[in-house]
Write a protein that binds this ligand. Structure first.
Ligand SMILES: [Zn+2]
Length: 86
């Protein structure tokens, strides 16, 4: 009986030690990776949408044509210039 109890305690102790060590390792890794995550903002994943100054269509900023500080959906609209909103 005493031997069985010893093995149960030894097993639980080993399990607890493994858990604590794993948690400490995870915490350390989390702390190491945290500044890196902060340096890569999530804004880059979702692109900013811009509005065509001529026709008002919304398009990703990288696809827009910027002219005189205004964004256009195409070269044609960029050459036509902004249209006054209704
Ligand atoms: Zn347009």
């Amino acid at each position: 009986m005493g031997k069985t109890l010893f093995w149960i305690v030894a097993f639980l102790g080993g399990l607890l030690a493994t858990r604590v060590l794993a948690q400490l390792a995870a915490k350390k890794m989390h702390n190491d990776s945290l500044p890196k995550q902060a340096n890569t903002p999530r804004v880059s994943e979702t692109e900013a949408m811009v509005r065509c100054a001529h026709c008002g269509v919304h398009l990703p900023g990288s696809e827009a044509i910027t002219k005189e500080g205004m964004s256009f959906c195409s070269q044609a609209h960029a050459s036509l210039g902004p249209r006054a909103p209704r």
